[in-house]
Structures are given as structure tokens and as C-alpha cells.
Design a protein around this ligand. Structure first.
Ligand code: ZN
Length: 271
């Protein structure tokens, strides 16, 4: 049990990961999602009305990425549309993703600590929004977000403003750091009465169309234009460490061609 400093009230403790959301194998095919009418029929998220307030100043949108690349995989379409809308955007890298290549000689943690945030900077240039986006890093340990939730909560109190709108991974996204990030950010938003959207990232892999483990009844969809979709694909290809084979270990790319194809469709879904 962590000692809680009474000056920093702790959030409601997040729950350990439930084990039925497993990321393994090829996952659900792109075609299965394309052919599911339920996805086509989801109500659309209205950027203009959902990301504004009564004040004349547009709210800042804070996008939480457990690892540098999640902000692009999940939200490259939303981020492009928000910059067109005029919202300031803060990208928050919760960890630097330094543990993605265990035992690698090419990608040891000390290198990934620098490489992965830099890949994100390049991706935002490709997206054409680098002037409108600010990137910050919380420097939590990759793989340890659940265990560092008190520190995470404390950092949120330091960086977030009362009018921010938050975007975080789905609280049941399947990857432990994604679920921990989603749960800490969603709990903070509830505690401070901030609007918060959860984005599906790894859920596209393990979930199936109409899967009851995803609250589709609360889901909203955005549609990417062909140009926005192409920019998203180009931005994903900036994450070289994640999309190429590791010659030193022989391990395949972290993001397979199938995974990239599945996440590069002309939709994004938010809950
Ligand atoms: Zn991730």
C-alpha cells in the first residue's frame, strides 16, 4: 500500500487488468471491420460542437499516449480535424516506450528513450500539424503505468487546466499500459468534471464486430477524408522502430502490416 500524502488526495484506485482481452496472433481482420454495418452506423462525433465551450476561447485538447505512437495510431484523424477547428493540442507521452525491444542490441532502452519521442515529432510533421501541437513527456516507466498511478495522478494535477478536454485510450484496450492510462485519466476527468473521450487502439485487434466487451452503444465515430487518411498512414511510417524487423533479435516488427492496415482505415472510434 502506497503512503498517500494528504496534500495530494489519491484518485480512486484503478483495478488490475482483466484477462480476456488478449493481444496475440493476427487479430480481427480489416475486412471484418469494414464489413460490419454496426460500425458504419455509429453516430458521428461533431468536432465543432463537442470540442468547444461557451467561452470564445476554444478549449485545449490533451491526448494521452501510453507510448509514443499511440497518439497517431488512435487519433491522427481527430488531431487533424481539431487543428482545422482551431483547438490547441497537447500530446502527453506517458512513457517513452523504452521497453518495446527486450534483449535488442539495436534498440536498447537508453536508445528507445530518445528514438521513440523523436519518431513522434517526425510523425506530427508528416501530419502537417507540428506548429499547432505541443508534446510533453511524463517519463513514467514503460510497462509500469499501473504501478505508478499515484505519480501519474500527481503529474496530471500539475499539467491539466479546468477547461481541458481529455482523450485517452479505452479503459479496456487490452494492453496493460493502455488500460492503466485510460483508467487514471478517466478517473481524473470524473473527479475534476472534465470532458473525456476514450479511443480504441488495440481493441481493434482483439475485439470482434458487435463484441460485448466494447460499449458500442456509447461509441462515436469520426470519418477521415482521403487526404487525412493518407497523412495518417505517412505519419505511422515515421515510427521506424515499431514497423521494422529487429535484426539483432530476429523479432518481427511490433506493428505488423496487418495491424497498420487495420488502424489506417478512414474511421476512428471514441467512447
Ligand atoms: Zn501503446
Amino acid at each position: 500500500m502506497a503512503v498517500v500524502n494528504s496534500n495530494h488526495p489519491s484518485p480512486t484506485k484503478i483495478h488490475p487488468i482483466v484477462g480476456d482481452r488478449v493481444i496475440e496472433g493476427d487479430g480481427t481482420s480489416t475486412e471484418a471491420w469494414q464489413n460490419w454495418q454496426g460500425l458504419q452506423d455509429l453516430p458521428r462525433l461533431n468536432i465543432g460542437t463537442s470540442f468547444s465551450t461557451n467561452s470564445s476561447k476554444l478549449p485545449r485538447v490533451c491526448v494521452f499516449a501510453p507510448h509514443p505512437d499511440d497518439e497517431i495510431l488512435g487519433c491522427a484523424g481527430l488531431i487533424q480535424q481539431l487543428t482545422l477547428n482551431g483547438n490547441p493540442i497537447l500530446i502527453v507521452h506517458v512513457t517513452n516506450g523504452s521497453q518495446s525491444h527486450p534483449e535488442s542490441e539495436i534498440y536498447p532502452p537508453s536508445k528507445l528513450d530518445i528514438i521513440r519521442p523523436n519518431e513522434s515529432v517526425e510523425a506530427f510533421k508528416k501530419l502537417g500539424v507540428d506548429q499547432q501541437v505541443t508534446i510533453s513527456a511524463l517519463n513514467l516507466q514503460d510497462g509500469q503505468v499501473y504501478h505508478q498511478q499515484d505519480l501519474f495522478h500527481q503529474k496530471l494535477t500539475e499539467i491539466l487546466e479546468p477547461t481541458d478536454i481529455l482523450v485517452t485510450p479505452f479503459i479496456h484496450d487490452g494492453h496493460p499500459d493502455h488500460e492503466a492510462t485510460g483508467q487514471v485519466v478517466a478517473a481524473y476527468a470524473k473527479q475534476h468534471n472534465l470532458k473525456c473521450y476514450q479511443v480504441l487502439i488495440w481493441a481493434w485487434h482483439w475485439a470482434r464486430p458487435a463484441d460485448s466487451r466494447v460499449p458500442w452503444q456509447n461509441a462515436l465515430r469520426i470519418d477521415l477524408t482521403a487526404e487525412q487518411q493518407q497523412r495518417k498512414v505517412d505519419a505511422i511510417h515515421c515510427f521506424k522502430s515499431q514497423i521494422t524487423m529487429d535484426e539483432s533479435t530476429g523479432n518481427p516488427p511490433i506493428l505488423s502490416a496487418q495491424t497498420i492496415n487495420r488502424i489506417s482505415q478512414p474511421w476512428e472510434v471514441y467512447i
